[in-house]
Write a protein that binds this ligand. Structure first.
Ligand SMILES: O=P(O)(O)OC[C@H]1O[C@H](OP(=O)(O)OP(=O)(O)O)[C@H](O)[C@@H]1O
Ligand SMILES: [Mg+2]
Length: 173
């Protein structure tokens, strides 16, 4: 059984997302962005963040999975759904819920770089640096968190809890 404790409250999440949206809008002034949501975990963050971005933006979705239903990354990243359109010459902002080992994003960024975009940046809501196995350069971070398994706001445990409006940490077994 999971015993949940709030790590980041809904209000704090929303306040930080507003700040990130403002920063992104400033940094991309005069440009059009492709906001690329990494499914499924990135979905809540993508929807809230995109509402705070004021430059023209398109939404794209990719599904990659490395965790399955487990606590630990398998180390094997699979593309389950690819982009609908080419990204050559485009400014791509990858939107993720969490960087943990770094495997998912390093794999994804490598693949996308090969498709000749004008730029690729990464925006992650959560960064858990203690678990990093592969180095990834991250451009925007919502919160740096300690090394515990977190759920909510897109993040799951056995596919459950993604709908929590806050980030919780498991204090149970
Ligand atoms: O830095 P890493 O160790 O690679 O971990 C981070 C990734 O793992 C989770 O996705 P998961 O593969 O569990 O799929 P999901 O988004 O569908 O939950 C999370 O949403 C990130 O995409
Ligand atoms: Mg994910």
């Amino acid at each position: 059984m999971l015993k949940l404790e709030t790590l980041i409250a809904e209000q704090d999440l929303q306040r930080r997302i507003e700040e990130l949206g403002a920063q992104i809008s400033k940094d991309y002034e005069g440009k059009e962005i492709i906001m690329l949501c990494v499914l499924k975990g990135g979905v809540m963050f993508m929807t809230d963040l995109s509402k705070r971005v004021t430059v023209p933006m398109k939404m794209e979705f990719m599904a990659v999975s490395s965790y399955g239903d487990e606590y630990k990354s398998s180390g094997i990243v699979k593309i389950i759904k690819d982009l609908d359109e080419p990204i050559d010459g485009k400014d791509v902002l990858i939107v993720e819920d969490i960087i943990d080992s770094g495997r998912t994003l390093s794999y994804l960024k490598n693949i996308l770089e090969g498709r000749n975009p004008n730029s690729i940046k990464i925006c992650t809501l959560l960064d858990k640096p203690d678990q990093r196995v592969v180095d990834v350069e991250v451009d925007y971070v919502g919160f740096t968190i300690p090394d515990s398994f977190v759920i909510g706001y897109g993040l799951d445990y056995h596919q459950l809890y993604r709908n929590l409006p806050y980030i919780a940490v498991n204090k149970g077994e």
